[in-house]
Design a protein around this ligand. Structure first.
Ligand SMILES: Cc1cc2nc3c(=O)[nH]c(=O)nc-3n(C[C@H](O)[C@H](O)[C@H](O)COP(=O)(O)O)c2cc1C
Length: 217
């Protein structure tokens, strides 16, 4: 019996189960609707040491560090058909936790492109309305592209465009007296959640198209 295609979502927030996690869960919900087996990975649950810059992975698909949880995470990456990365915006960039994770995947990319041909996607969350979401989105997508992945977008092919990417904000509105109204959480950001669910569906549509075209799985 064939196993279901697997879509994993990786959260780079230091805060488990908060805004970025909620966006990633909405992506996974969309992917599940389209028939995926799903898993949310909270990086905070894993011990990931920073890259040593030893360059062992130049010429060999190997990492010097093998006494932390990156081995387990690499296995999950290799087994997944779709990989969704999520990070809150920290000073206009990804969190340090997400960057440490990204750097440690170098051995999967440098000598042989071991994640090539998978489907990738990105989500971001920030407090401010224009808090750096688009930049972080680009950083995450660039990483996925460097790994040779095909990047899915959150565009609904049958509907109107209402946001450029799966990004959320806590900003709701500003009153005429200047008072800012914040959302309690991304759970109130219907726009972001809709984008994320569509992104999940699109990830799976692409996974299925690739499997049909290349007969994989
Ligand atoms: C160190 C730090 C830097 C941050 N930098 C930004 C920023 O540049 N722009 C922004 O809008 N929000 C910024 N934030 C707010 C977070 O992006 C926001 O709280 C986000 O919702 C956190 O995601 P989480 O709930 O998944 O942890 C920052 C928060 C911290 C702790």
């Amino acid at each position: 019996m064939r196993s279901l295609p697997k879509v994993i979502a990786i959260n780079g927030s230091h805060r488990k189960g908060r805004n970025t996690a909620a966006l990633l869960l909405a992506v996974l919900e969309g992917a599940q609707e389209e028939g995926a087996a799903i898993e949310l990975i909270e990086l905070v649950d894993y011990n990931i040491k920073p890259c040593l810059g030893c360059n062992r992975c130049v010429g060999k698909s190997q990492c010097t560090i093998n006494d932390d949880d990156m081995t387990k995470l690499a296995e999950k990456l290799l087994q997944a058909d779709g990989i969704v990365l999520g990070s809150p915006v920290y000073f206009g960039n990804v969190t340090g936790r997400m960057k440490v994770f990204m750097d440690r995947t170098r051995w999967l990319y440098l000598s042989k492109s071991l994640l090539s041909g998978k489907v990738g996607a990105a989500v971001t969350h920030a407090a401010l309305r224009n808090g750096g979401q688009e930049l972080v989105h680009l950083v995450l997508e660039r990483f996925l592209i460097m790994h040779g992945m095909l990047v899915a977008t959150s565009r609904n092919p049958d509907g109107a465009v209402y946001n450029n990417g799966a990004t959320g904000t806590l900003f709701r509105a500003i009153e005429s007296d200047g008072e800012i109204i914040w959302r309690r959480s991304v759970g109130d950001d219907e726009l972001a959640l809709r984008e994320c669910r569509q992104l999940g569906r699109n990830v799976m549509k692409l996974v299925k198209q690739l499997k049909e075209s290349y007969g994989v799985g």
